[in-house]
Design a protein around this ligand. Structure first.
Ligand SMILES: C=CC1=C(C)c2cc3[nH]c(cc4nc(cc5[nH]c(cc1n2)c(C)c5CCC(=O)O)C(CCC(=O)O)=C4C)c(C)c3C=C
Ligand code: FE2
Length: 410
């Protein structure tokens, strides 16, 4: 069976081809059938090309593998090497998101005397809603001698930051999201492999249990503090709000970013052992929402409007400080994941939230929000920001275009 000319890794089941969601209505995402959305079928395919990159307003999948890379090529061949790699990556990414192997021939059907062109661990697995989202760090623009858009300036230091340079920054990033962890890991591994000689992995992060819903068709999942996370998020269906807060406009200053967005990634360690010794009253008070239903304090319904006039929502509650009304109308699209990276050798889990958020201008949106949280949020007693990066994610690709083309052929 073929899709856009690719041989699929696995034949679809009886419902397969009919549920392949190519070309569905939500740009960069699949169209859910009803309000009470069942889990997406494992075979679901999210279109790779579109107005916006997939993996931003696509209904958040369950698993993440995120990688930040540095470009190791230097000198006069730098630009040419980057263009060549981005073309190869685009071809492979489009194939893998359609459920095909990274390259023709793949794991077993090529010259047995040569290394296979696909690493093989996703053989037999369906596409699982895989999306691959690509971003460029300000450091790469510096290396290429291209001026950074103001929105891509480095973030300022925030109070209580404990950033590890080995978990921060990067010239390029790839966000792989899927409903099967092995599909996401396979995609990143194959792209990393193709980059040998031009790029090297700087840091990477696995995530599970999406902590944000990005569509009204999705239920809200819970973070590792046990609270529903993503209730008051921007949603794919609110296109006017996305235009205002997420998508860069041609008039924003960098023509090559029109229709794109900026990604802020923060690795946030959560001190779950301390949290687990904290009373429910305190947990709810500092969040500003109840733990059971996720309703704002004083309400019973998760989606009840937040009454910031209510004394039940403390001055230092997380949702008050992060709210649009406290920040002059600023909003962001959150798309983060839980993580547990083993333990720290001192009897504590190295667990937390890999915070990912898309926005039109991090300087105008993330900076004031994080400044307020870092200074006043009572939740800061339980968390620590250990990694940080910002990437420019250009618009989606038309037929034949490659990742980064709007930047490199401007
Ligand atoms: C700078 C932006 C934000 C960081 C960093 C952040 C970290 C963080 N958040 C939670 C848990 C919850 N956050 C919730 C809401 C919420 N958080 C942010 C921003 C950041 N959070 C915003 C903009 C909002 C929405 C505010 C509003 O207008 O209501 C919630 C409530 C549920 C929800 O609406 O999503 C929880 C719970 C953790 C644990 C965390 C760091 C580890
Ligand atoms: Fe939050």
């Amino acid at each position: 069976m073929s899709l856009r000319g690719f041989t699929r890794r696995r034949l679809l089941g009886a419902a397969g081809a009919g549920t392949a969601l190519v070309g569905a209505g939500v740009a960069g995402g699949y169209l859910a059938g009803s309000a009470a959305e069942p889990d997406p079928p494992a075979q679901a395919i999210v279109p790779f090309r579109g107005v916006h990159q997939a993996g931003i307003i696509t209904p958040a999948q369950d698993r993440l593998h995120f990688v930040a890379l540095d470009v190791t090529a230097t000198g006069p061949i730098l630009r040419q090497a980057v263009v060549a790699l981005l073309k190869r990556w685009t071809t492979a990414a489009e194939r893998m998101t359609a459920g095909a192997e990274a390259a023709p021939g793949g794991a077993v059907n090529r010259n047995p005397a040569a290394p296979p062109t696909d690493t093989g661990e996703a053989l037999d697995l369906p596409a699982a809603s895989l999306t691959l989202t690509f971003g460029v760090g300000g450091s790469l623009l510096d290396k290429l001698g291209i001026p950074r858009p103001a929105a891509l300036a480095d973030l300022p230091p925030f109070q209580r930051d404990q950033l590890d340079p080995a978990l921060s920054g990067g010239d390029l990033c790839i966000q792989a999201c899927a409903d099967d962890p092995q599909v996401a890991v396979h995609a990143v591994r194959n792209l990393v492999r193709m980059g040998f000689g031009t790029t090297a992995v700087r840091w990477s992060q696995l995530g599970f249990g999406r902590t944000s819903s990005t569509s009204t068709t999705q239920q809200t999942h819970r973070n590792l503090f046990g609270f529903k996370d993503g209730t008051n998020n921007l949603k794919a269906e609110d296109t006017a709000a996305l235009d205002e807060h997420v998508w860069a406009a041609p008039t924003d200053g960098a023509a090559w970013m029109a229709g794109g967005t900026y990604l802020v990634a923060r690795r946030i360690r959560m001190h779950v052992e301390t949290w687990d010794r904290t009373s429910l009253t305190e947990q709810e008070s500092l969040t500003g929402r109840t733990k059971g239903t996720g309703a704002p304090m004083g309400a019973t319904d998760e989606f009840a409007p937040v009454d910031l006039g209510s004394p039940l929502i403390a001055d230092d509650a997380h949702i008050r400080l992060a709210s649009a009304s406290s920040l002059g109308g600023v909003r962001i699209l959150r798309r983060g994941y839980n993580f547990v990276d083993g333990s720290d050798g001192a009897g504590h889990l190295d667990a937390g939230l890999f915070f990912l958020a898309f926005m039109r201008d991090p300087q105008r949106q993330f900076v004031p929000m994080q400044s307020a949280l870092a200074r006043h949020d009572r939740m800061m007693e339980y968390i620590e920001h250990t990694g940080s990066a910002v990437f420019a994610c250009p618009a989606g690709l038309g037929d034949g275009a490659y990742w980064g083309q709007s930047l490199l052929e401007a």
